[in-house]
Write a protein that binds this ligand. Structure first.
Ligand code: EPU
Length: 429
């Protein structure tokens, strides 16, 4: 167990580089299963979830090497692969469900332990299952496993999603690339990571149109796809985290490699809060907050709406703002656990169902707190920077799952933050 120790009253200033997106690279690694041979991914982030996904692919018979220095992952996929993923790895990494589609497409069968809930709320699989069933698969749940079978192969179908689920769109898209005929996904998720996965699959030989729009059309191809070399799309959530961190600490941060076009709404909210935003011709973007932020209302929605993954940062900014704001969470009900924890730093936050009302205070005060998920953990660390005195954020592993060297990057931006061993009560797990 580790924890962050944060010295308060810091101002972040300087440049930070962002690697590839966690929520793309994990699925790209799963998509590599669709080709025999070695797929290479570049700009891979140095995060725990990549390590877990590499271990999961290893158990299926692949050989995965991740080079942290160059940010390169090579995934060597043999002619014969396994189709069973057991609970020990799946429970560490919910994204492991993304092997379901590729395994079913390639092997005609897949058995993946149910990921279970996590600290951000219930996370159903009904749309993944309904999509695969529409394509002719038989799917049932037994002894904690999702068992999917399509011995004759999958058949293209029209699939309507009740909600533009990121995971369901990916499962169906990846399953459809080797199906007979054409699959149409209506009300598909439009996140940049979906486009990145579609680009990889197209480079591998798949036929996909419309990724990034609500209607994705996949025409199945015969045989396997081909291994390729692919640059992972930069992480918009990590980029957005740095943007909010600049605002919360009244700092001046340039996110090199960040894509402003993937963060239109969050950057607009930061602008409304008083930040100067600029987009240099060389790429990336810069966020400078000259004064105490003004409060801003936010409603989380699927892309291109405001991302749920930046909601905690938005609450943290409102907590030190001049004014009052309402933040509405529409995707994951458990994400307000963060708001409760933030009150330990003196924030004035009240939650009621989907809504949090935040009244800004001039300064937070440092205290021991606990991270409940990746984004909550990172936002608590940043809130600690804006607090008076010292803040301890326990359960640092949550942050390690999604942010490359978070403490090191904060130090390079001028903060005094360390990660240290934590032998406190394991209940904090
Ligand atoms: N849902 C269902 N049934 C389904 C699928 C989803 O009810 O079959 C519900 C979920 O319970 C949730 C909502 O739909 O309430 C959204 O789920 P979605 O499938 O869109 O999200 P996800 O694929 O489970 C990914 C990211 C999350 C990110 C969300 C929303 C990965 C590994 N995870 O989750 O990222 O918050 O999309 O953008 O890609 C994070 O990075 O910290 C993180 C949690």
């Amino acid at each position: 167990m580790e924890r962050f120790r944060i010295a308060g009253e810091a101002r972040l200033e300087g440049s930070v580089e962002v690697a590839g997106a966690k929520n793309s690279v994990l699925k790209l690694m799963a998509a590599a299963l669709l080709a025999e041979g070695t797929t290479t991914l570049r700009q891979v982030p140095g995060i725990l979830d990549v390590t877990f996904m590499a271990q999961l692919l290893d158990t299926l018979g692949c050989s995965v090497k991740v080079d942290g220095d160059t940010g390169t992952a090579t995934i060597a996929v043999p002619a014969e692969i396994g189709h069973q993923c057991d609970y020990e790895l799946v429970r560490k990494l919910r994204a492991s469900i993304s092997v379901l589609g590729p395994l079913l497409a390639r092997c005609g069968q897949a058995e993946v332990a149910l990921p279970g809930g996590d600290n951000i709320g219930s996370r159903g699989l009904n749309m993944h299952v309904a999509g695969l069933e529409a394509m002719g698969a038989k799917v049932h749940i037994e002894h904690g496993f999702v068992i999917a079978e399509a011995p004759q192969g999958l058949q293209g179908a029209e699939v309507w999603l009740d909600f533009p689920s990121v995971g369901a769109t990916e499962t169906i898209m990846m399953a459809a690339v080797l199906a007979r005929g054409t699959t149409v996904i209506e009300n598909a998720a439009r996140e940049p990571e979906i486009q990145d996965i579609a680009e990889l699959l197209i480079e591998m030989g798949a036929r996909i149109e419309g990724a990034g729009s609500p209607r994705i059309e996949v025409t199945g191809v015969q045989g396997l796809l081909n291994p390729v070399d692919h640059l992972v799309v930069p992480d918009r959530i990590v980029s957005g985290s740095w943007a909010f961190a600049a605002a919360i600490t009244k700092g001046d941060v340039t996110v090199t490699n960040g894509r402003a076009e993937h963060l239109e709404l969050p950057l607009d909210k930061l602008h409304k809060a008083g930040a100067d935003i600029s987009v240099p011709a060389a790429g990336g973007f810069r966020v400078r907050m000259p004064d105490r932020p003004k409060s801003v209302d936010v409603v989380t929605l699927p892309y291109p709406g405001f991302p749920t993954d930046l909601q905690a940062f938005c609450i943290a900014m409102n907590a030190v703002s001049d004014g009052a704001a309402m933040v509405t969470e529409n995707l994951f009900e458990g994400r307000f656990t963060f708001a409760q924890e933030l009150t330990r730093l003196g924030a004035q936050v009240q939650t009621d169902g989907h809504h949090a009302v935040i009244r800004g205070v001039p300064r937070l005060s440092g205290a021991p707190v606990v991270a409940s998920d990746i984004r909550a953990g990172a936002a608590l660390v940043v809130a600690g920077l804006a607090a008076e005195g010292e803040t301890i954020v326990a359960a640092a592993h949550h942050v390690h799952r999604g942010y490359t060297d978070f403490a090191g990057n904060l130090r390079r931006l001028g903060a005094d933050v360390v990660v240290e061993p934590d032998d406190a009560d394991p209940y904090w797990n």
